[in-house]
Design a protein around this ligand. Sequence first.
Ligand code: HT7
Ligand code: ZN
Length: 846
Amino acid sequence: PKEIFLKDYRKPDYLFDKVDLQFQLGEEKTIVTTKIVVSPGVEGSISAPLVLHGCDLKLLSIKVNGTELKGEEYTVDSRHLTVSTPPAGVFNLEIVTEIYPQLNTSLEGLYKSTGNFCTQCEAEGFRKITYFQDRPDVMAKYTCRIEADKTLYPVLLSNGNLIEQGDLEDGKHFALWEDPFKKPSYLFALVAGQLGCREDSFVTCSGRNVTLRIWTPAQDLPKTAHAMYSLKAAMQWDEEVFGLEYDLDLFNIVVVPDFNMGAMENKSLNIFQSRLVLASPETATDGDYAAILGVVGHEYFHNWTGNRVTCRDWFQLTLKEGLTVFRDQEFSSDLGCRTVKRIADVSKLRIYQFPQDAGPMAHPIRPHSYIKMDNFYTVTVYEKGAEVVRMYKTMFGASGFRKGMDLYFQRHDGQAVTCEDFYAAMCDANNAQLPHFLQWYSQAGTPTVKVSSSYDPSSQTFSLKFSDGTLQTLASDDKPVFTTVLQFKKKEEEFIFENIPEKPVPSLLRGYSAPVRLDSDLSESDLFFLLANDSDEFNRWEAGQVLARKLMLSLVADFQQQKTLVLNPKFVDGLRSILRNTSLDKEFIAKAITLPGQGEIMDMMAVADPDAVHAVRNFIKKELALQLKDDLLAAVASNRSSEAYMFNHNSMARRALKNTCLAYLASLNEPDVTELALHEYKTATNMTEQFAALLALSQNPGKVRDDALLDFYNQWQNDYLVVSKWFALQATSDIPGNVVNVQKLLSHPAFDMRNPNKVYSLIGGFCGSPVNFHAKDGSGYKFLGEVVLQLDKINPQVASRMVSAFSRWRRYDENRQALAKAQLEMIVSANGLSENVYEIASKSLA
Ligand code: HT7
Ligand code: ZN
């Protein structure tokens, strides 16, 4: 397979000014007629061949200026169509292709999902529809005419405005759409099918009345209210915070059950997988509601950061994704609780991105090369990319950041640009220079910042020495002495603070102001002090996590040496006082009493030991439950509520605290607690509480667990999204020998390997369970190896996401290494392997 390098970027030889598409959608085949007005590119030489991308296409005809090309005037291979000597100047190109969406299980290009046609073109799916210069810097104005059977496909949608529709012969009809904005091919979309819609409207700041429609099979329409609320909130927020107004009279969202990623920001025709739109209190959890808010916002925000200003090439992906994740994080923070959101985002970074950045797939937020771009829609490009954007805001402040954004749009509206263009807009708008900052775009890995402090009472000076760059502030007692932002430009730097009357406790990297690992010399008592007093709530949580990590690591060492495990009473006391502190936000309490995940601890070990970490985490959980039982029971009791479900922070925080306490109690596996969990399960009136109770009941193997799982399935078997949760719950379970159950679930009638959501729930869920995936006998690895090969034939993008679970195999003991490596070798040598899976598997072995 060919590796593509950022350094090899060249401007396109030809520009496409206008693209007219016509789709004749059929049951056996679809005919696509593409008419393009082509002009020479700025750097293109007149005689350059016109090279078009194409994949899985049957070429029916190709014409230049109305004349069919002869065989010797063009060549076609499995990836390209090349017109050897196109005419000089502007010319018309017409290409007719035949495609087979009903056979397309890769879910890129044009495919069918539950009987409806839909498209997914990012990153390189448009080339599965027609021959095209399928690259983001080729921006054109599009029209799209769709013809289809009227009974089977009453709804015909594409980007932009509907300018004509009508009936045709043979029970067919058509719709003609025109998008007035220039766009790259990856933003093209088409949907045809039987769909109902929820309609609403939004009046923009300049008075434009925008019709909003969410399309889904009619029976699901009642579940679209929250998504519509989220869309309107996002439109309002973008006007208020960034002065960005929607630019068309229509905004459509379509829901499809089969989708490779979460959602897609196609111009004015966003497409979402069902999980990220459909919600009702009975079927969706608070987590689902929050995800819908965030992702609906995210896709809407792309209209400016991604669509109006797009990427020059796919290496620049973080330009739109890092920035848009940052924007959706801020949106969710403003609508909910900032600290809790920040804790969730930083946890995600640590749990998923840090390991990626420390493994064989580590790459900078702007990668240098790729084989398949699909493999670079990663937590690094998205989440670390968002942290890099956040640093501009930390350095320039909210108003400086806004000035930078304004200048970015002023300079680049309608263009395909690079990360340097964003950086330049930020610096120029603030008359600033950030000489080393661009390194964040080109260097992989999580920097570790070492901090040591010293206090001199005689001179009343406090010194902080840093061995790498980051940002920090100072605190003492429960009030900060002062808060300051320091930028570090050298490898080592010392900051002296004068007139400090007593030894302070520094509160470093407040709000997590840079994506680094902090290695400070804070003592245990400093950390307990910060846990109890830090005025920065994020850092208060952080202090508890640092303490918990240290504690877990030392208990893991004890476990490995077969010593008796003893829990530090100060830790129990610290968590007790958090739990009892009625002035704290309830969701903050829930987060503060939650232990770091097993993965986080394994990442800190020279050789990851899943069994030891699992045993220690369970020991601490049980010990805390035992010692804090009365407080936990009281928290469950006092956080019940008879009010109807509400999506607001206070109600969600109450449920979060209650559910966290219930999970602790369930670890005791005592009859009174089982009774309690059963009671919560039976009386729950919303999925957040019902599912949490099910989770509690399923912690321990036995009849209670089996009965609860069966009861839950019987209740929800007709709701595909709830059934996916049921799969995930069983897949992630750490009950011994779970691989056998997961294997059985593969042949459950509700499971379908062609549906990514179900694959992510069952197979992805299983790989996230350290004890069973990393089972000593290699059964977990063998299971995944077999599934990956099966899946690769159906959907390479999803298969390559699954194979990534192997990528950190070198972190484990020799026996596990050998077992995982054998599976990777088996995968790499398989016949007909996709480039997607090959790239991940071979890089993992390298
Ligand atoms: N921009 C979208 C990316 C996406 C995607 C990428 C590869 C394969 C399938 C895909 N579906 C959507 C989603 C987003 O970040 O907004
Ligand atoms: Zn995005």
